[in-house]
Design a protein around this ligand. Structure first.
Ligand SMILES: Cc1cc2nc3c(=O)[nH]c(=O)nc-3n(C[C@H](O)[C@H](O)[C@H](O)COP(=O)(O)OP(=O)(O)OC[C@H]3O[C@@H](n4cnc5c(N)ncnc54)[C@H](O)[C@@H]3O)c2cc1C
Length: 535
């Protein structure tokens, strides 16, 4: 019999061997009766300042004859592996997938497991050469609009922090983490199988993406690099029959999965022009905040900060301040990167936005996170932006303003957090991880007043939760504007577009996911829907 025991405590200075006696105690059996023990989940419990501990879940073998009767609390039988998906039976032309981000790659994988080969069309370059394009942006402030932090193999997911956390509770979440672990094995990614907050890092992610791609190609998936989709082929009945490419080519197919990510702006414009079921949706905007990592460690770990078994500390903050008579507004930290760097993530010339990333060791001496305020179509309308592209045009407006405030070359405007609260940039900027560099600027001029007031109100609450968070040592860097897609491409039955049957809007760009894992899961869900149709 195999049992899973949840949340066995282990103090930082205790060896893993102590788990055996703790597991035996929990089960109420002699230690000698336990077979092999395998750690399946490890989390850090730092709620008690100065006394953090690990909580581990383990799988343990027990002789059947032990017959425990009813299982103690927190103990359950180890679940069986799910059966493989059924194979597609009907004849079909290979589906086309637009975008080789997590959604597109996992859609290709999910379909391949059902015996369906696909054609993957990606505007950017493979993840190797893409690295050089990204480096040019960091070093020289030169943007390649086709190959950058958002576009290219692996999508926005390739050069990220690579946190594989998600709030969705879908059963396929585990499969996504296992897939990254399998293809990133040579970079030691086996560890993410047990981490409660799995983190890959942008030094290891490209390797996992490459491994997954090699497997796809070896099994018959065709990939077209540097091929931008500019239109859909639609027959007289209004059904999708393929895609048109920049430069004049086309690929015919009866099924197109559209997974262009939240920066696939030309496609959003195309859909709005053609009236193909696109609408504006809420997202969140604000700034990146950057602290010294040592300061965040001190706040979170107390006197235990610096212990060699403790990772750079993270945080997650949220407040819902009331601004006047309006309903409470969500303000929260977003995509927090311990030991990370702040990076430029634009895709269009003359517009600037930022995000955060880190390597697998999280070795930078800085911690950063988005500090963002929820905004909605009502906010866009107040400034005269209406219609399906209201959010996109509003995003562009503030990304342009940020670029200009930074003085060009993708230098980012920044000021000290305490100066933002005081309403004007006073002190010179301190050290930062951001390249190609910061420019002291008045960030209070960016975004409408609700964003500024929302941030100021919420920062009071953040400081109550994390004493020392609001400090002149922290820099605010502008702007964080692409927290999720500004549009939704409506889908209905069988996950097909409500406007164009045969089209499957997918992932973050279509408005159905946010983050690497949920986008990948959405790709798997679309693969399942197409698999069912073909079986
Ligand atoms: C710097 C950074 C750090 C991040 N950190 C994290 C993190 O730690 N954890 C997390 O969960 N999420 C993180 N994210 C968000 C995450 O990367 C995205 O949520 C996720 O990649 C979305 O997946 P997707 O497949 O839907 O879209 P994308 O990953 O955006 O992929 C879309 C792909 O479509 C291609 N494409 C677009 N238009 C066309 C076209 N017309 N023709 C052909 N191809 C096209 C693009 O080139 C791109 O490769 C981060 C994002 C960034 C930018």
């Amino acid at each position: 019999m195999r049992l899973r025991i949840g949340n066995l405590p282990l103090w930082l200075d205790e060896p893993d061997e102590r788990l055996r006696s703790r597991a035996a105690e929990r089960l109420g059996v002699p230690e000698g009766k336990l077979g092999t023990i395998r750690v399946v989940r490890r989390s850090l419990d730092a709620r008690k300042k100065g006394k953090p501990r690990h909580l581990l879940s383990v799988d343990v073998e027990l002789p059947d004859e032990l017959g425990l009767g009813s299982l103690p609390e927190g103990v359950q039988p180890v679940p069986d592996d799910p059966p493989p998906p059924p194979r597609a039976a009907r004849d079909h032309r290979p589906p086309v997938i637009v975008g080789a981000g997590p959604a597109g790659l996992f859609a290709a994988l999910g379909l391949l497991e059902r015996g369906v080969r696909t054609v993957l069309v990606e505007r950017g370059r493979p993840v190797g050469p893409r690295r050089r394009d990204v480096a040019k942006l960091f070093r020289a402030g030169e943007l390649d609009p086709e190959s950058n932090m958002n576009f290219g193999e692996g999508g926005a997911g390739a050069y990220t922090d690579g946190k594989l956390g998600t709030r969705i509770g879908h059963p396929a979440v585990r499969k996504v983490v296992e897939t990254f672990a399998r293809y990133g094995e040579q970079k030691g990614l086996g560890r993410i199988l047990v981490e409660a907050k799995p983190h890959v890092g942008s030094d290891a992610l490209p390797c996992a993406v490459e491994g997954l791609r090699e497997e796809l190609v070896a099994n018959g998936v065709e990939i077209r690099w540097e091929s931008r989709v500019v239109d859909l082929l639609v027959d007289q009945a209004g059904r999708c029959r393929g895609v048109a490419l920049a430069g004049g080519g086309a690929i015919e197919s009866d099924r197109v999965i559209l997974a262009p990510g939240n920066s696939g702006r030309e496609l959003f414009e195309l859909f709005a022009r053609r009236g193909w079921g696109v609408s504006a949706k809420p997202f969140a905007v604000g700034f990146r905040v950057e602290h010294p990592q040592a300061l965040i460690d001190e706040i979170q770990y107390g006197s235990a900060a610096g212990h060699p078994k403790l990772p750079p500390a993270d945080y997650k903050l949220a407040e819902n301040p009331r601004l006047g008579a309006a309903p409470p507004r969500g303000v929260f930290s977003f995509c927090m990167c311990p030991g990370g760097i702040v990076v430029p993530t634009p895709t269009e010339a003359g517009l600037l936005c930022t995000n955060g990333m880190s390597n697998s060791h999280r070795s930078s001496r800085f911690a950063n996170a988005g500090l963002v305020v929820a905004v909605s179509p009502e906010d866009f309308a107040r400034e005269g932006f209406t219609g399906p592209l209201a959010g996109l045009e509003w995003q562009r407006r503030w990304e342009r303003a940020a670029y200009e405030l930074g003085g060009g070359g993708y230098r980012a405007p920044a000021m000290r957090l305490t100066d933002y609260l005081a309403g004007a940039p006073r002190a010179a900027l301190g050290a930062t991880s951001y390249r190609p560099g910061l420019v002291l600027a008045d960030l209070t001029r960016l975004f409408p007043d609700v964003v500024r007031r929302g941030l100021i109100e919420a920062l009071r609450g953040f400081e109550r939760k994390m004493r020392g968070f609001v400090t002149s040592e922290a820099l605010l860097i502008g702007v964080e504007s692409r927290t999720s897609s500004p549009v939704r491409i409506e889908r209905g039955e069988g996950l097909q577009s409500v406007a164009v049957p045969g089209l499957y809007p997918c992932g973050e760009g279509a408005g159905y996911a946010g983050g690497i894992v949920s986008s990948a899961v959405d790709g798997l869900k679309v693969a399942q829907a197409i698999g069912q149709e073909l079986s």
